[in-house]
Ligand binder design. Structure first.
Ligand code: ZN
Ligand code: ZN
Length: 145
């Protein structure tokens, strides 16, 4: 499954004319496998052993390239650093308020909410973001043991 996703991602990079360097390949692979919505720093730490000359800035620049071709979404949270999400299908996020973990869940896109918002406000709606906050399983266990 993730093998397939990686191949698709590499194909669409090729189609947009983006050069696939070993670093880009590794970053994509990490994003597809991890499913954890890592920060650029997380990715850097995971891959620095493999690419000693790579900097966090390089990772970030590559992520920006992926974002521009629509392979990843950048999730910004005010002052803390961005998290990166490999785009599969539309999904929403549950976010743990204790440890910051982000977990995907699938729910039909709220198109009718967008349509209503556009109708009421006259906005040309581009997208929306829905996040559910709470405490994840492991944090809850730690609280109650
Ligand atoms: Zn947690
Ligand atoms: Zn996600």
């Amino acid at each position: 499954m993730s093998e397939h996703q990686l191949k698709d991602a590499l194909d669409s990079l090729k189609q947009t004319g983006v050069r696939i360097t070993p670093q880009r390949h590794a970053i994509l692979e990490f994003l597809v496998d991890s499913m954890t919505h890592p920060t650029a720093d997380d990715i850097y730490k995971a891959l620095e052993g493999k690419f000693p000359n790579m900097s966090v800035a390089t990772v970030y620049n590559n992520l920006r390239v992926f974002r521009e071709v629509g392979l990843v979404k950048e999730l910004t949270y005010g002052d803390s650093s961005s998290r990166f999400d490999f785009v599969t299908s539309d999904h929403y996020h549950c976010i743990c308020e204790k440890c910051g973990k982000i977990v995907d869940f699938h729910y039909p896109g709220l198109d009718e909410v967008e349509a209503l918002a556009a109708h009421v406000t006259g906005f040309k709606v581009s997208h929306h973001r829905l996040e559910i906050y709470g405490m994840c399983n492991s944090c809850e266990k730690n609280e109650t043991h």
